[in-house]
Design a protein around this ligand. Structure first.
Ligand SMILES: *Cc1c(COP(=O)(O)O)cnc(C)c1O
Length: 424
């Protein structure tokens, strides 16, 4: 099946007993065992079946199968948020004493996780410039467990050369994990470009309507854990964290995604609600149609802003003069989502005025909604930072970020025009 067919049918055929066409919401915490032996066999992974919704749920299984097909993986794990997906993907193979290597062009929440939370848990994070992945070779050692980057980064809107990141990660013997939240599998499928694992927030474009949090990990099944069996002994030797199971032997190519489910998810519990899964599945059915419109609107706005006298610069990777245009054409079908940023003349003050004058664009910090959203980091999310600190965080005083929605382009342009005028 091709993309749009999978988005609608992947992982589900009308339910055998009820013939329900829409995926049913199995709003249950637990599942009955036939008898004691059946319960024991389920826990020992001797038979497949449902135990408890923290670990698996029939509604969630449909989402996992659909995402695995859309990203081109062999299995997926859905969890409560994108942040949980990122944390669990790392905790599946890294522990205290280990290190990971990450691009520094990251989502703010991920940057905090990597600079504060993981180091306090004993996992060191070594940063590379997204435009210079060759730095990976200097930073890797025998305690390195993975390389991490965002395909299109939020909020800096930089683009990673995924094949190059993958080649370098493999050269030092570790998998590449790519956060594909902004690009979505509509524009880019990192697993087909050499990445080993995808993580993504379903809260943004995939759910797409700003109503539910969710996240997922998708496993390509291609990384050879046994070839690095000392480094990845948690997958290649019996695991005392789960009934002494050897994941590589028991699950074969699906060792990673199996451990993600039965260790980090089972033991720390950021399970997704089946009702959120239902809403996200509704969103996924139309994701390709929406992304097309997000991209068309964002390109039109980027071109409008480029010509506007009050705009100092525009960062949208699909623009013909963007330094990332060649990568966007090669790996992202020439499109770069609804996310763009620009610099307004007049700095911090003009930025705040512009945001206040917007009537249709909503003032908030989310992305990937059907609605158009705007934020001025220097006066909101980053307001406590000095000019110098802003630069280090990849944010300038004049920077306005837009997440362009799927409204009529004429209305969006009219709103921006009048707000730019008032910001003068
Ligand atoms: C929002 C976002 C996340 C975190 O997702 P949540 O669902 O909000 O936890 C991770 N990565 C990127 C690129 C994001 O934009």
């Amino acid at each position: 099946m091709k993309f749009n067919t999978i988005a609608i049918h992947g992982g589900y055929t009308p339910d055998a007993t009820t013939k329900a066409v829409a995926v049913p919401i199995y709003q249950t915490t637990s599942y009955a065992f036939d008898n004691t032996q059946h319960g024991a066999d389920l826990f020992d992974l001797k038979v497949a079946g449902n135990i408890y919704t923290r670990i698996m749920n029939p509604t969630t299984s449909v989402l996992e199968e659909r995402l695995a097909q859309l990203e081109g993986g062999i299995g997926a794990l859905a969890v409560a948020s994108g942040s949980a997906a990122i944390t669990y993907a790392i905790q599946t193979i890294a522990e205290a004493g280990d290190n990971i290597i990450a691009s520094s062009a990251l989502y703010g929440g991920t940057f905090n996780l990597f600079t504060h939370t993981l180091p306090r848990l004993g996992i060191e994070v070594r940063f590379v410039d997204v435009d210079h992945p060759e730095q990976i070779l200097q930073l890797a050692d025998e305690k390195t467990k993975l390389v991490y980057c965002e395909s299109i980064s939020n909020p800096a809107i930089k683009v990673a050369d995924i094949p190059q990141f993958a080649q370098l990660a493999h050269q030092v013997g570790v998998p590449l994990i790519v956060d594909n939240t902004v690009a979505t599998p509509v524009l880019c499928r990192p697993l087909t470009l050499g990445a080993d694992i995808v993580v993504e927030s379903l809260t943004k474009y995939l759910g797409g309507h700003g109503n539910s949090l969710g996240g997922a990990i998708i496993d390509s099944g291609k990384f050879d854990w046994k070839a690095q069996s000392k480094r990845f002994s948690c997958l290649t030797e019996p695991d005392s964290a789960y009934h002494g199971v050897n994941y590589s032997e028991h699950f074969g190519a699906a060792a990673f995604i199996a451990r993600a489910r039965v260790v980090p998810l089972r033991n720390t519990g950021a399970a997704i609600s089946p009702t959120n899964v239902f809403l996200i599945l509704q969103g996924i059915e139309t994701v390709a149609l929406r992304i097309k419109q997000h991209c068309e609107n964002a390109l039109a706005i980027a071109q409008f802003l480029q010509k506007h006298p009050q705009v100092a610069w525009v960062n949208y990777p699909a623009l013909s003069d963007s330094p990332y245009k060649a990568l966007i054409d090669r790996d992202f079908q020439g499109k770069s989502s609804g996310l763009l940023s620009f610099g307004i003349r007049g700095g911090r003050e003009a930025g705040a005025k512009l945001i206040d004058a917007l009537q249709l664009f909503i003032r908030l910090v989310n992305i990937g909604d059907t609605r158009s959203l705007a934020c001025h980091p220097a006066s909101t999310t980053h307001r406590q930072l000095s000019g110098e600190e802003l630069t280090r965080a990849g944010v300038s005083e004049d920077m306005v970020r837009l997440s362009v929605g799927i409204e009529d382009i004429d209305d969006l342009l009219a709103d921006l025009s009048q707000a730019l005028e008032k910001a003068q």
